[in-house]
Ligand binder design. Structure first.
Ligand code: BG6
Ligand code: MG
Length: 229
């Protein structure tokens, strides 16, 4: 377990960490599932958290045994269809949609000289940060189009760490998805998990809700886990 004094930066997931777009992704996928007449379950919705567009579609089709039914072109068209639903849902996002505690935490880390970057699988991330008015809080955003593997592969968090110009042990990654927590840990960073899905991947630090995230809490939790070992 790392020492709090080693920490110099944060890699943030976006959907479900900074703003509750996770619910819009779920809604848009559910709509597509209904258009394709395939099964939907809350459990499936949960498993899709943090998973990229095409991987998500493949999981949805596989859940109904239809993974081989469509051509690549058809599947591409379905992901575009899902994104059209999603983009419609995010039109009305404003700074008021930043999750509780996150605006204060971003201000706190900025004041104290920490750096932050975005490790989101979403190609819509720049647009959403813009709508939330917090683009300038981040030194960079990993472009998911440049990735060979999605979460739980560590690649996106490794790249987000490189944007910070820090070593993995100097970084805390924030995630609400199980696949994301696995990715942070595999990148050698310290995972701060938020909510139930993140908990299942056993993050080093965990909070039930974003409202609890402060530097003081992180320092305290790191100290406790240090003493446990
Ligand atoms: C992740 C979301 O952040 O981005 C997933 O948790 C989503 O639900 C993925 O599928 C890809 O997003 P987009 O906006 O590029 O379709
Ligand atoms: Mg997320």
């Amino acid at each position: 377990m790392v020492d709090f004094s080693d920490i110099k930066g944060f890699t943030f997931d976006l959907d479900g960490v900074i703003t509750d777009t996770a619910k819009f992704h779920e809604q848009a996928w559910r709509q597509l599932a209904s258009e394709l007449h395939v099964n939907w379950s809350d459990e499936l919705g949960n498993q899709l958290k943090g998973i990229g567009r095409m991987d998500s579609l493949n999981m949805i089709l596989a859940a109904s045994g239809e993974q081989d039914k469509y051509s690549e072109e058809e599947k591409q068209a379905f992901t575009v269809q899902k994104n059209t639903h999603y983009v419609e849902l995010i039109q009305k996002i404003t700074p008021a949609d930043i999750l509780p505690g996150i605006t204060a935490f971003l201000a706190e880390i900025k004041d104290r000289g920490y750096v932050a970057s975005i490790a989101s699988a979403s190609k819509n991330a720049p647009k959403i940060l813009e709508k939330l008015g917090i683009t300038d809080n981040f030194v960079g955003i990993v472009d998911p189009a440049t990735l060979s593997h999605g979460k739980p592969d560590p690649e996106i968090f490794i790249k987000a760490g490189q944007l910070l110009q820090l070593e993995p042990h100097q970084i805390i990654g924030l995630e609400d998805a199980s696949a994301g927590v696995q990715a942070i840990k595999a990148a050698g960073q310290t995972a701060l998990g938020i909510g139930e899905s993140a908990k299942s991947a056993d993050p080093q630090l965990w909070v039930e809700s974003t409202v609890e995230i402060t530097l003081e809490k992180i320092e305290h939790e790191l100290m406790i886990s240090e003493n446990k070992v």
